[in-house]
Ligand binder design. Structure first.
Ligand SMILES: Cc1cc2nc3c(=O)[nH]c(=O)nc-3n(C[C@H](O)[C@H](O)[C@H](O)COP(=O)(O)O)c2cc1C
Length: 371
């Protein structure tokens, strides 16, 4: 069988058929469950397990669950802190106490939310993300020798030599040229350039300027394009801008294999592109989420956002209360602007192959213009 016109150098390097990734999405593991990861890898792309908030044992369990479903390569995405040297971060109870002490207005706002939306207060049992917690997650990835390690935030410099020893490729996600240069210096194998259009944490620069600028800045390190890629046209555009692969989040949130809240999938299907807005309300860092009444309440409060991870700690108790009451409409739903184009749930393989075949057609159409 002849190779697809999409078969870039990345495909040979990573031993995959198509340069299409299921982006690591760390919403408690529900956005990238093992079945979805394995399906994308089986279809010839590469699935990435989003594991940021999962403890090391759960990361291992999920890696093994993917291995039970496929022998194709896959990866893990984690959020790394800017530095692993910071003095040890306190646990969730200590962070709650710190918010009460240093940020009483924000603490009062957090408590008032449950009352405003008629929820019984609940305390989140999520582990706090400390350097130690993250180091244990990374150790599991190294021990399990996954194919790809992706770092969503922070500096992967300390992971690179360890990953190389374990024969793993390292990818670093960036939203501007400065961070791309930092990733290159850290020695990553691939830089993922993620534009402002994307779902989840995002920067301020749109993909049209970002991708070519990052490609130029980090050459010869190859670049993967992320943000608003969901069909053949957008895959081809990412490659046209100089990327060797595409990193797809939002489009796979509507996969039948996804485990996000059905209510969140409805918001994606019904939402127009402008309904997916930038907010710091849930995590303290700018993120693109579906607009909701909680974001509105935060904006109206006029309060200053707490630094990461404190804003997350402030909001996690409210999220736990909303989860307990099955009120998904109050929980953050990170989604990109391209959702405005997505209108139905489909099997992941169909989502992936329609991007691949659509891009092949676009490239053929463009090549025919020369004749
Ligand atoms: C629900 C959701 C959760 C995400 N979680 C993470 C994460 O934990 N780590 C990370 O590196 N990127 C995360 N991202 C960003 C994706 O990796 C990816 O870059 C982005 O989804 C690409 O843009 P798109 O949503 O327009 O496809 C998340 C994105 C979404 C939509």
């Amino acid at each position: 069988m002849s190779k697809s016109v999409l078969h870039t150098s990345l495909c040979d390097d990573l031993k995959i058929e198509y340069p299409v990734f299921l982006a690591g999405m760390g919403v408690k593991g529900n956005a990238t469950p093992p079945k979805l990861v394995a399906t994308v890898s089986e279809a010839g792309g590469m699935g990435i397990l989003g594991c940021s908030w999962l403890d090391a044992d759960e990361v291992r369990r999920r890696i093994r669950a993917v291995r039970n479903l496929t022998d194709k390569p896959f990866g893990v995405d984690l959020l790394l802190p800017a530095s692993m040297d910071e003095s040890s971060v306190p646990d969730r109870a200590e962070m709650r106490a710190r918010i009460e002490r240093d940020f009483p207005k924000q603490a009062a706002f957090g408590k008032s939310l449950s009352e405003k939306f008629g929820l019984k207060p609940v305390q989140s049992q999520l582990a706090a993300m400390s350097p130690e917690f993250i180091r244990r997650q990374v150790d599991v990835c190294l021990e399990e020798k996954i194919a790809v390690f992706a770092a969503g935030l922070g500096d992967p410099g300390w992971v690179v030599p360890l990953a190389k020893q374990a024969n793993m490729k390292v990818m670093g996600l960036v939203g501007n040229v400065r961070n791309a240069e930092r990733q290159k210096k850290a020695g990553v194998d691939y830089v993922i350039a993620q534009g402002y259009e994307a779902g989840g944490h995002t920067g301020t620069i749109a993909n049209f300027p970002l991708i070519p600028m990052v490609v130029d800045a980090v050459a010869p390190t190859p670049v993967i394009a992320a943000g608003a890629i969901a069909d053949g046209r957008t895959v081809a555009a990412g490659l046209a801008l100089g990327a060797v692969g595409v990193w797809v989040g939002t489009a796979f949130l509507l996969a039948e294999e996804s485990n996000i809240f059905p209510r969140h999938q409805e918001e994606i299907i019904k939402g127009a592109a402008e309904d997916f807005i930038i907010t710091r309300a849930y995590t303290g860092k700018t993120a693109r989420d579906y607009k909701n009444d909680v974001i509105k309440a935060w904006d109206e409060s006029g309060l200053k956002t707490l630094p990461m991870p404190l804003q997350g700690v402030l909001m996690d108790d409210f999220i736990a209360a909303a989860e307990a009451a099955n009120r998904a409409e109050l929980i953050n739903n990170p989604v990109g602007q391209i959702a405005g184009m997505l209108k139905q749930k489909r099997p992941a393989k169909e989502i992936m192959m329609s991007m691949v075949h659509g891009a092949e057609e676009v490239i053929e159409r463009l090549s025919a213009m020369r004749k």
